[in-house]
Design a protein around this ligand. Structure first.
Ligand code: MN
Length: 456
């Protein structure tokens, strides 16, 4: 099947290229809470490996979670150097590669019709203690535009309501929500495939926020440099990746709404906000030796990183149209989607505030911007806070925009608005202080010594 990797092949690739990045648990464990607990325990310890639950009680499918929990790992799996990950989106989004329909794929090994697919028997986990139930989090929802037929890939949280029923919250104003709304306006259900376990490239492509009409399968093709191979579903007219592990087929019911949630969200809080849609499941397909892929939800690296590189590219591109001296932007994990660090080569006084104002207007999620000089690495939070410690004066370097439109999941927001804060931690242009330096020769010698003796 060409170079597209299912989950088993992805794990084998990682164990070869990043051996410390896969944590296998061979002991039988419960499907509920354990995967999530492991990922959060590891994060407390500054680690974020892929977690493989090889034996899950009551299921013949192993469970893999936190696959996308590290930028280094994702760059390796996509096949680009980490520093180029953000910039490469410029090529990927402009050189889309159409899919290729193939005769047969591993996902078609077993057809699941009727009762052969029972959602309650899959190892779909209960994640957080205060979630409403078990949730599919790593499922890519694929649907075709009811007018144009263009496929859309996106994520949604999906609560298991019964053997063939899911409660779902769509991102309101997202592309899928638009498809569902247009189908519903004609009284029609919308067919959807829920694709579980694909090449990590497809996972990242599905998280991209693009203009309407862009087929995320074609982004995946651009990222891989080869057409994504797709096959038709067994019971609905939707095409899915041939190498997928498991596909659940069904339709979003027109005019039906049911309570869904609460569920632990990216903010680190549990929320019951939901579009309250319902998916009726008809059947599906799977590999004989399928692996169930979970995405660790909530305030986890994996959840926050899936769409991050593309978002940083989009924000940077727009900022640079107006302020070309902006070098890079970084959304730190600690700020969930609400904090952004900006690096620029300052040419004029007031330029950092100009860039910060633009960013606050561009991304309604952002409520804190810190602008630093181009000698500060914005991907290193400690360095950004060092710049704040040594270059920032609160009376001149701060401004606040009160009561601005914001993301509704911010628990501190008031009536959908939030105060927005910008901090200018750049040096004044007439700055006279020099950072201490280490001679290049000494640095090279230190690196040599560490290579010999530094493996403590
Ligand atoms: Mn889309």
């Amino acid at each position: 099947m060409g170079q597209w990797r299912g989950i088993r092949e992805t794990l084998a690739f990682l164990e070869q290229h990043l051996p410390g990045d896969v944590l296998r648990i061979p002991e039988e464990v419960d499907r509920d809470h354990i995967g999530t607990a492991l990922v959060f325990e590891l994060e407390q310890d500054g680690r974020s490996p892929v977690v493989v639950l090889e034996r899950v009680r009551g299921s013949d499918l192993p469970v893999v979670t936190n696959l996308a929990g590290s930028r280094t790992r994702m760059a390796c799996l996509i096949g680009v150097p980490l520093p180029e990950l953000t910039a490469r989106w410029g090529d990927w989004l402009t050189r889309l590669v159409p899919t290729r329909t193939v005769g047969r794929g591993p996902v078609q090994e077993v057809t699941l019709s009727g009762d052969a697919l029972d959602l309650t028997k899959l190892p779909i986990p209960w994640h957080f203690g205060n979630d409403a139930g078990r949730y599919i989090t790593g499922g890519i929802v694929v649907a075709h535009d009811p007018d144009t037929g263009v496929p859309n890939l996106s994520y949604a949280r999906m609560q298991v309501k019964g053997p063939h029923r899911l409660g779902v919250s769509f991102h309101s104003r997202g592309h899928l929500w638009d498809y569902v709304s247009r189908a519903e306006a004609r009284g029609r259900n919308l067919e959807v495939a829920i694709v579980i376990g694909v090449d990590p490239i497809v996972l990242v492509a599905a998280a991209a926020r693009t203009r309407p009409g862009v087929n995320e399968y074609e982004i995946a093709g651009a990222m891989r440099g080869a057409p994504l191979e797709v096959v038709p579903c067994a019971s609905i007219g939707v095409a899915v990746p041939a190498h997928a592990e498991l596909v659940i087929e069904g339709e979003v019911l027109a005019g039906v709404r049911e309570d869904e949630g609460p569920f632990g969200e990216y903010t680190g809080y549990c929320t019951g906000r939901s579009t309250r849609h319902v998916i009726q499941v008809h059947g599906g397909m799977r590999r004989r030796d399928a692996i169930y892929l979970d995405v660790t939800p909530g305030y986890s690296s994996e959840h926050l990183l899936l769409g991050r590189s593309q978002k940083e590219h989009a924000v940077l591109t727009k900022l640079r149209e107006t302020v070309p001296s902006v070098v890079s932007v970084h959304y730190p994990k600690s700020g969930t989607h609400f904090h952004c660090y900006v690096n620029l080569k300052k040419e004029f006084e007031g330029q950092p505030k100009h860039a910060a104002t633009l960013l606050l207007g561009l991304d309604p999620y952002v409520k804190l911007v810190i602008v630093v000089d181009d000698d500060v690495d914005v991907t290193r939070e400690e360095d950004v806070l060092w710049a704040l410690a040594t270059r920032f004066q609160a009376d001149r370097g701060t401004f606040v925009i009160p009561d601005m439109f914001c993301n509704l999941l911010d628990p501190s927001s008031r009536n959908g608005t939030s105060a927005k804060l910008a901090l200018d931690a750049t040096r004044p242009l007439d700055w006279r202080f020099e950072r201490h330096t280490i001679p290049d020769t000494a640095r090279a010698e230190a690196q040599r010594l560490l290579a010999c003796f530094g493996q403590a």
